[in-house]
Design a protein around this ligand. Structure first.
Ligand code: PEP
Length: 231
């Protein structure tokens, strides 16, 4: 299976960055296994740049509502309309800073699936949970949110590894990925995220149960991001 490589720009972006980061990615002959998720205002200009390539566009979040009087929200149908094929749901920054919980996240997943967006559902434990020996149980509990829903992509992102320069070990990654597949089905793609860079991407992709990468900081430099994509 070709690994799925997703770049998450988070709250970083400008028209200038669409040109300087996305244009080289669009010109590099990369496949549809590569996805970039810029902030919402840049989806349309990003779509314009990427349309000459196979690289796909993703969103970082989606509303739990379809339409109506919900100021500031962006619906799944709108994301689809501006060219997204995928959305992240439940990133640990959404859970941690914006209080997103299981009932809310389930509605978001349902909205996205309803319009045919692929969902990358993010899970991952905080450091104290890992240190207590409860990482796998915690992640499997987070996945209960998806019970009885159509299949989605899962991203395992230990919170203590996001943006910290610290990656989980091979054994830690393999254990959690294999537990996720055992619970959700062997065919469910499971991505790893947490301080993935050009110089550790290949070794992480070689770990048992890793089907791709979700990349934050390193997706903000075109050369570095492209170097994470196996070719
Ligand atoms: C992320 O944003 O999901 C992420 C993993 O960030 P970073 O690669 O910067 O750790």
């Amino acid at each position: 299976m070709t690994p799925l490589i997703i770049g998450n720009w988070k709250l970083n972006g400008s028209i200038e960055m669409i040109k300087s980061i996305l244009q080289p990615i669009a010109d590099a002959g990369l496949g549809e296994n590569v996805v970039v998720c810029p902030p919402t205002p840049y989806l349309l200009p990003a779509h314009d740049v990427l349309k000459s390539s196979k690289v796909r566009l993703g969103a970082q979040d989606v509303s739990q509502y379809a339409q109506g009087a919900y100021t500031g929200e962006v619906s799944a149908a709108m994301l689809k309309d501006v060219g997204c094929s995928l959305t992240l749901v439940g990133h640990s920054e959404r859970r941690g800073y914006f209080g997103e919980n299981t009932p809310l996240l389930r509605k978001k997943v349902e909205q996205a699936l309803e319009v045919g967006l692929e969902v990358v559902f993010c899970v991952g434990e905080r450091l104290e949970v890992r240190e207590e020996g409860n990482a796998i149980a915690f992640v499997l509990e987070e996945l209960q949110c998806l019970r009885n829903l159509p299949p989605v992509i899962v991203a395992y992102e230990p919170v203590w590894a996001i943006g910290t320069g610290r990656t989980a070990t091979t054994v830690e990654i393999a254990e959690v990925h294999c537990a996720i597949k055992a619970a959700m089905g062997e065919n469910v793609p499971v991505l790893y995220g947490g301080s993935v860079k050009a110089d550790n991407a290949a070794s992480i992709l070689a770990i048992d149960g890793v089907d791709g990468l979700l990349i934050g900081g390193a997706s903000l430099k075109a050369e570095e991001f492209m170097a994470t994509v196996p070719r």
